[in-house]
Design a protein around this ligand. Structure first.
Ligand SMILES: Cc1cc2nc3c(=O)[nH]c(=O)nc-3n(C[C@H](O)[C@H](O)[C@H](O)COP(=O)(O)OP(=O)(O)OC[C@H]3O[C@@H](n4cnc5c(N)ncnc54)[C@H](O)[C@@H]3O)c2cc1C
Length: 471
């Protein structure tokens, strides 16, 4: 046993099962204290006091605390600057080690470096582990020793290098959690109100228990993933596990284990999506300039001519393009959006409305329940054609044919734009061709009950091509 008492500092890993740092902490320490810090450097920047993410995290922590209490311990919650809070706490409870799982976002890397340096000075051990991904930033390199910039060769290398150790289950010895009676003085109930936030309605439940339920719900549909994944109307067409991967209420290794033991094409395709996740984490880690600028730096000098007015109409789902509007209204209502719809609305904002991708990225970052800097930035730059291995700039989604293809019955549109519900399945994708008589019959006057299109796709397409051609 190396340490008498250690801290396991939870961040993006709000679970007890299959957790690398927690497993190591309980293996190497006589007693382990679980701590989460409400980081004021992050919370103070959240403008919306109704932010769904706060409710989600709070729920996940409550779920965790309930589980930990069943083991006779409790979760300690701190509030403030994490560097100061965690070190003061370590001194107070005389912990001789801090265990964490690594996080690859620039702020987190800087924070952990500062904590590690301070720990070194105080003689406290700082142990960090890979948990969030299968391969970290610099673990997979090209033959010339560079980071990959193209997905397919990265994926091939990922699959070639994969071995069972990389996705093994890391169990913890929870009997080593410090007894509750020793923590009495440290337990402060941080309600959301006390933190300055309100409870928000959550469309997706968050927490380790909810994650397990969602996974169980999805697994029977995994074999059909390759066929169903592009249809937003299908409830289990995709796993809807992104929220759980974001907060770490499920381990990525457990998902890889499920994917590998299922021989279907669906499982193979799904594994590929999990590899995209690793790919974008690697890109963020190795090319941190993407946080502020284009992956391909030459595109930084583009002057995007799109207007604030059109951007706002896009945010509100009032562009007159039914599937785009339905997707944005769904997003505003639930905080979640299907991948096909994310691609369609991002393409529409950048290539039809000619608005800088960073504005859309920021709107998603502020509102997505599963917001993940690496995946969001990667997704936006892919759609805007400014990213690594992005969609070629001359490939521009037609929002109407995308709608006909991926919402053929128009049911997704009807769910979120009820004013269009009486249009036929043929006309609902582009109701603007309906004459006055039809509009009256279906009880939807265009320009009054539903907006007329704010741009003409064919004209905007040419403008976008000209904008990019010069580069
Ligand atoms: C513009 C845009 C923004 C996006 N922003 C985010 C974001 O903030 N957070 C986020 O988790 N994903 C983001 N994605 C990727 C993808 O849309 C979501 O991961 C997916 O819709 C989540 O649904 P799911 O869990 O049902 O996915 P599934 O299809 O079941 O896939 C399983 C898991 O694989 C990962 N994954 C799937 N597709 C991608 C992808 N293209 N890139 C990276 N990882 C992927 C996710 O972790 C997902 O949960 C974005 C995509 C685009 C085009």
């Amino acid at each position: 046993m190396s340490f008498r008492r250690s801290i396991f500092w939870l961040r993006r890993d709000l679970r007890l099962e299959d957790n690398v740092a927690l497993s190591a902490a309980t293996r190497l320490s006589k007693e382990v204290v679980l701590v989460f810090v409400f980081d004021t450097n992050i919370l103070d920047r959240l403008k919306d006091k109704n932010d769904r993410r706060m409710t989600a995290i709070h729920n996940a922590l409550l779920d965790l605390d309930r589980k930990v209490r069943k083991k006779g311990s409790a979760l300690v919650l701190l509030h403030g600057d994490p560097k100061r809070e965690i070190l003061e706490f370590a001194k107070r409870i005389q912990a001789s080690a801090i265990f964490v799982n690594r996080d690859y976002e620039p702020y987190a890397k800087k924070r952990d470096k500062a904590v590690q340096t301070a720990c070194n000075k105080l003689g406290i051990a700082f142990h960090d582990y890979k948990d969030q991904v299968i391969f970290e930033g610099n673990e997979l390199l090209t033959q010339s020793g560079a980071a990959y910039k193209v997905f397919t060769p990265y994926k091939n290398k990922w699959l070639k290098e994969l071995n069972a150790c990389l996705y093994q289950d890391h169990r913890s010895q929870l009997k080593r959690l410090v007894p509750l009676k020793q923590l009495d003085k440290e337990i402060v109930g941080w309600s959301l109100k006390k933190l300055g936030f309100d409870y928000a309605d959550l469309y997706l439940k968050v927490g380790e228990s909810a994650a397990k339920k969602q996974l169980k719900n999805f697994l029977p549909d995994l074999p059909s993933y390759d066929k169903n994944r592009n249809y937003p109307i299908l409830p289990n067409g995709t796993s809807r596990l992104s929220v759980h991967l974001r907060y770490g209420t499920l381990s990525i290794r457990s998902l890889v284990r499920f994917a590998l033991t299922n021989p279907s094409l669906g499982a193979k395709t799904w594994l590929s999506e999990l590899i995209w996740r690793d790919f974008y984490q690697m890109i963020l880690d190795q090319f941190p300039h993407v946080v502020k600028g284009c992956f391909k730096k030459k595109y930084d000098s583009i002057k995007w001519p799109g207007t604030q007015k059109n951007f706002m109409l896009w945010c509100q789902g009032m562009t007159g393009f039914p599937l785009v509007d339905a997707a944005m209204r769904c997003f505003n209502k639930t905080g979640w959006m299907h991948n096909r719809l994310r691609m369609i609305v991002a393409s529409f904002l950048t290539k039809d409305l000619l608005v800088d991708w960073r504005k859309g990225e920021d709107w998603f970052a502020r509102n997505l329940l599963d917001f993940d800097l690496a995946a969001n930035n990667g997704g936006w730059q892919w759609c805007a054609s400014t990213g690594c291995d992005a969609q070629p700039y001359f490939r521009i989604f037609n929002p109407i044919s995308q709608s006909e293809k991926f919402d053929p019955e128009g049911n997704f549109i009807k769910n979120f734009i009820p004013e269009l519900k009486n249009f036929s399945k043929k006309q609902i994708h582009w109701p603007h061709v309906a004459n006055q008589e039809i509009q009256e019959k279906v009880n939807c006057i265009l320009g009054k009950d539903y907006p007329k299109p704010i741009v003409t796709h064919s004209e905007q397409r040419i403008k976008f091509l000209n904008l990019f051609k010069s580069f």
